[in-house]
Design a protein around this ligand. Structure first.
Ligand code: ADP
Ligand code: MG
Length: 238
């Protein structure tokens, strides 16, 4: 067997043995791959924020999550690390593996920020093909790029356009869906687009939903998109 296979097996064992309800302080307390560990180190991330400490262990173990924490609390890494790790352990990498994760953001600007974090953590040895689908490029150009991606960061309207218009856009291998800033996605009127997107995606997937606020509409979306979710809510310290 290749050395990578042994590493992946050991990592998978560590994730199975992980107690998600334990107390985690540092990224080094978590069973993470060597490339992710190197990426975090290069970016000088050491201590977990509250939402990260609660969400990442559960997400590594495959749970669906509804995470609510205010802006600036570190929600981005709460989903970027599970995406990288869960795809890594599944060896969902390379053009043949297809699209493994879809990260939906309400705006282009936020999508670009997420993509930058993904690149920052991924640049020390991860081999995933990742890309942005936020419009602003030709549909054909995006379509060609999508065909090679393992991870896509996108806006709802544009990805729905590809799902509904591009016959060759295959999402059969999708394992993870992230809905970031779900409250803003709904505020901006993307509810119907998200509902339509969900119809295209495999039911057998992991979904992580993050929001700065907890509203009735967010819990309605959660009911529609999540399966047996873990609810994580981080309140401001008094
Ligand atoms: P949110 O999405 O909850 O608004 P972000 O994920 O954008 O928050 O993170 C807010 C800021 O905190 C960013 O500048 C990010 O680099 C920083 N940050 C996130 N996690 C950590 C961490 N574990 N240690 C130090 N800084 C962090
Ligand atoms: Mg955010």
């Amino acid at each position: 067997r290749k050395r990578d296979d042994v590493d992946v097996e050991q990592l998978a064992q560590s994730v199975v043995q992980l107690d998600p309800k334990a107390t985690f302080t540092s990224f080094s307390d978590l069973p993470l791959s060597a490339p992710t560990t190197a990426g975090l180190k290069a970016a000088s991330f050491t201590t977990l924020t509250d939402i990260q400490a609660k969400a990442i262990p559960l997400a590594l173990k495959g749970s669906d999550i509804l995470g609510a924490a205010k802006t600036g609390s570190g929600k981005t890494l709460s989903f970027i690390l599970p995406v990288l790790e869960n795809l890594y352990r599944a060896q969902c990498v390379g053009a043949d593996a297809g699209l493994g994760a879809m990260i939906i953001s309400p705006t282009r600007e936020l999508a670009i920020q997420i993509f930058d974090v993904l690149r920052t953590i991924g640049r020390k040895g991860h081999l995933f093909a990742a890309g942005l689908v936020i419009g602003g490029k030709g549909l054909q150009e995006e379509q060609d790029a999508l065909a090679r991606m393992n991870i896509v960061v996108c806006t709802p309207g544009r990805i729905l356009q590809h799902l509904s218009q591009t016959a060759a856009f295959n999402v059969d291998n999708l394992r993870m869906l992230v809905l970031d800033e779900a409250d803003r996605i709904l505020d901006m009127g993307f509810k119907r687009d998200v509902d339509a997107i969900l119809e295209y995606l495999p039911a057998d997937r992991q979904t992580l939903l993050f929001s700065a606020t907890q509203t009735k509409r967010v819990s309605d979306l959660a009911r529609l998109s999540l399966r047996d979710p873990e609810y994580i809510s981080v309140h401001e310290a008094a």
